[in-house]
Design a protein around this ligand. Structure first.
Ligand SMILES: [Zn+2]
Length: 278
């Protein structure tokens, strides 16, 4: 299997979810071996490598920082690139956070499809974990085991509220499954959390069209795309957080109620295992 990149540069503009800024995102082709690199055009083109060493631990999102320059909430963009099989890409942003789109990875998948995905003349390195890694506790956990071929994610959602019953979803993450079964699952929060989150400074650009705000009667001013959309979105987040490893994985992931903090811990552990195995 060869490495892939984008066929040309493509841009989109929109409002970011947490900061509520107008921002332009440009996806650009990159050479084999580049991986994913973020560039802040509003900070003199500062580069932030997508690598577990650059993860900063913050609540409810993924934040990467290098040489004091940060980007955050990049998980839905990274999930789209990994999911479509793009190994190398430059992600330019005119602000610290990408556009929210509709709260899923759909806009980024459409953008990458517009660019086209092209093969590079270099083999794709793949990593099969040398042993099982598990992080978390009885409240939330994530486990990664070696597997034969590609990445499979099994996610169990359980918010402990009757209107969002315990749900398990599982997908082998391929360009086809990602595009048709995973990418359009949107981010969500409970109605009772929404005000508190906004008071904490999250979701300044959030609304009921880019976030499913879940009441006991279902999403407010919105309808579900899949019965298990919430669980599918959490699975999407796992893909985005694992994309930070910079590794194409042959692995089976079993996640129970895990969020970004557990996902990031396992991304770091996996990268460490990879470095030690070389
Ligand atoms: Zn998400």
């Amino acid at each position: 299997m060869k490495q892939f990149t984008l066929g040309k540069s493509v841009s989109m503009t929109g409002t970011s979810l947490h900061e509520g800024h107008e921002v332009t995102l440009t996806l650009k082709p990159a050479d084999a071996g580049t991986g994913y690199v973020l560039i802040r055009t509003d900070r003199d083109g500062a580069r932030i490598r997508v690598h577990p060493d650059n993860i900063q631990e913050v609540q409810r999102r993924t934040l990467l920082m290098e040489n004091g320059v940060e980007v955050h909430t990049v998980e839905h963009v990274l999930a789209a690139l990994y999911g479509l099989g793009v190994d190398n890409a430059i992600i330019e942003l005119s602000a610290p956070e990408p556009p929210a789109g509709d709260g899923s990875s759909k806009a980024f998948v459409e953008l990458a499809r517009e660019a086209g995905i092209t093969e590079l003349d270099a083999d794709r390195p793949e990593f099969t974990p040398t042993e099982t890694v598990e992080v978390g506790d009885e409240k939330a956990s994530i486990k990664i085991e070696p597997a034969e071929d590609g990445l499979t994610v099994n996610y169990t959602l359980d918010y402990g509220v009757p209107f969002m019953p315990r749900t398990t979803v599982e997908f082998a993450v391929t360009p086809d499954s990602f595009e048709h079964q995973i990418c359009s699952a949107r981010t969500f929060c409970l109605e009772r959390e929404a005000q508190m989150l906004q008071a904490m400074g999250f979701g300044k650009g959030a609304n009921t069209q880019n976030t499913l705000v879940v009441s006991p009667d279902g999403p407010i001013e919105n309808t579900l795309r899949f019965d298990d959309e919430y669980a599918r979105h959490k699975l999407l987040d796992v893909v985005g957080d694992l994309a930070v490893t910079g590794l194409r994985l042959n692995a089976k992931v079993t996640a129970i109620k895990s969020g970004h903090s557990q996902n990031q811990l396992i991304a770091k552990a996996l990268r460490k295992q990879y470095e030690e195995s070389r």
